[in-house]
Design a protein around this ligand. Sequence first.
Ligand code: AMP
Length: 193
Amino acid sequence: MKGIVVFCGSSAGADPKFAQDAHELGAAMAKQGIDLVYGGAKIGIMGKVAQGALENGGKVIGVIPEFLKRKEVYHDGLSDLIITQNMHDRKLRMHELSDGIIMLPGGFGTLEEFFEMLTWAQLGLHPYPIAVLNTNGFYDELLQMLAKMVEKGFVKAENLNAILVDTNVDALLDKMKAFQPLPRPQWMTKEQI
Ligand code: AMP
């Protein structure tokens, strides 16, 4: 893998393990020569993942929309800071710069970014591994909800099973490296509808 985009909270969260794991992920990526692509903030879990990578000599590319940069909470010590016009351009740029996706604990913004990448994968628009670092079971209930979507016929089991989940940073990166993308989806023809 050349670069991984990491989506995570702009807050620190209520459990110190969130920041610890974020730092550990940044460090592990740097040591493995994998670029970190992320939202460019120096605050919250976002700041910790960048710090972990930078302290270990990693390349860190922040991608931030103009209006957030003006809030002056961007990280000014990154290898590269790309300014985009808006949130949509930002997500596309992050996608172009990476070939893997990881979600760490976070809030609405984190989920929105993760689910867009997941939806693109489901549509066959990219073949990249999509992973969740489930620190201290933070995402257990979300994963249960996704299983319910399979049970109730809204999500294909294979699409849910393609999401890589682990509580350990190194194990998660290993799963991503071994990931085999699903075959591109076969679209229903008019006759099948
Ligand atoms: P949340 O999970 O709701 O904390 O949202 C995380 C996302 O919020 C990030 O990926 C960014 O899109 C956005 N965000 C919030 N604050 C900042 C900031 N200071 N700099 C860059 N992005 C931010």
